[in-house]
Design a protein around this ligand. Structure first.
Ligand SMILES: [Zn+2]
Ligand SMILES: [Zn+2]
Length: 149
């Protein structure tokens, strides 16, 4: 089963990612990660430069959100299955079954708040990365092509 979910970007269209290695958070422009021409399967962490599958960079918040959607889907399927069963069983004198629809979890849309991260543009691919640029860190890697910006 594929679950589709969308995450709304900040006011400039950036969505949040989290590096699975250094746990740093960064942002990428939604329209640059995924558009009609291309889709990135692997991205680089702008802080440590490590490359991994895009799905490993989802934030904990996004993963929780996806899990809730999956749960709701399961509840729907269960409700359908048991709903049908209880209709059939009503006709039987011997078996009585009470059935209540399961309550769905309220799924809240994820919205990315604006933050103090700085925007960088890669000189070689012209894509954008938003990172928290600390004085201690002198290098920022492009999430798309991996060069340092
Ligand atoms: Zn990292
Ligand atoms: Zn680049």
């Amino acid at each position: 089963m594929d679950f589709e979910f969308s995450i709304e970007g900040d006011s400039e269209g950036y969505v949040q990612f989290e590096c699975p290695y250094c746990e740093s958070e960064f942002r990428l422009m939604a329209g640059e990660i995924q558009n009609e021409e291309e889709y990135y399967n692997e991205i680089f962490c702008p802080y440590c430069g490590l490359v991994d599958e895009m799905s490993n960079f989802y934030t904990r918040e996004a993963i929780e959100y996806a899990k809730e959607l999956a749960m709701n889907y399961m509840y729907d399927e269960l409700n359908k299955a048991f709903g049908g069963m209880s209709k059939k069983m009503k006709k039987s004198k011997f078996i009585k079954m009470k059935w209540k629809p399961l309550k769905k979890i309220n799924v809240q849309e994820i919205r990315t708040e604006d933050s103090a991260e700085e925007e960088f543009e890669c000189a070689s691919c012209n894509r954008h990365v938003k990172v928290l640029y600390c004085a201690g860190k002198s290098k920022v890697f492009c999430s798309y092509c991996g060069v340092d910006i």
